[in-house]
Design a binder for this molecule. Structure first.
Ligand code: IMP
Ligand code: MG
Length: 185
């Protein structure tokens, strides 16, 4: 396995910047959901690091649940538009204030599919919080209520985001230099 230094083009967002921004997002969400219980629905696996930090910056009562969604396999770098729900929620969301917590919105297909899927279950509200927005690549329009950072069209990794399932544990967001990255055999 390659050391990430071998293909890191640049650190796009530092650990410190992520921390500061998540504190701001937590404060904003806490203001907006005053008097409510916010039900945080994390989209696995990429959203899990963000969720655990974000929920600790939210001061209103909150609950969590998880969904697994996959749009492309190992080796692929973009969504096919064919989004598969791999794991459904444990709990019913009827009447609840659902906030989807996602690592990155790229083409938009994942969030669009999840919103359509959950929208039929009659939540009281359904909003989206994403750490990253790769806005230049959007193919389908999706509403983003809370966004950590808008980023350029680069393949990124770390802080929950993977390259071929690896490097999710890194505390920063790095951009890949595709010329120096060697996919695993
Ligand atoms: P979308 O359906 O095209 O919006 O893709 C969303 C999913 O693709 C995200 O939840 C990520 O799992 C993955 N993804 C998109 N861009 C990147 C990236 O730069 N690095 C790692 N994963 C990414
Ligand atoms: Mg994801």
């Amino acid at each position: 396995m390659q050391d990430y230094h071998e293909f890191l083009a640049e650190i796009l967002i530092t650990e410190e910047q992520i921390k500061t921004r998540i504190a701001e997002l937590g404060a904003e969400i806490s203001r907006d959901y005053q008097g409510k219980i916010v039900h945080l629905v994390c989209i696995l696996r990429g959203g899990v690091v963000f969720l655990t930090d974000l929920m600790r910056q939210i001061t209103v009562p909150n609950t969590i649940d998880f969904m697994a969604v996959s749009s492309y396999g190992v080796g692929a770098r973009q969504s096919t538009g064919q989004v598969r729900i791999g794991l459904d929620l444990q709990e019913d969301i009827r009447g609840r204030d659902v906030l989807l917590v996602e690592d990155i919105v790229d083409s938009g297909y994942t969030i669009a599919t999840v919103m359509e899927f959950l929208g039929t279950r009659h939540p009281n509200s359904l909003k989206v919080c994403t750490l990253l927005d790769k806005f230049e690549r959007r193919e389908i329009d999706v509403p983003i209520d809370y966004c950590g950072f808008k980023i350029p069209d680069k393949f990124v990794f770390g802080y929950g985001l993977d390259i071929d399932e690896l490097y999710r544990n890194l505390p920063f967001i790095g951009a890949v230099d595709p010329a120096r990255y060697q996919p695993r055999a």
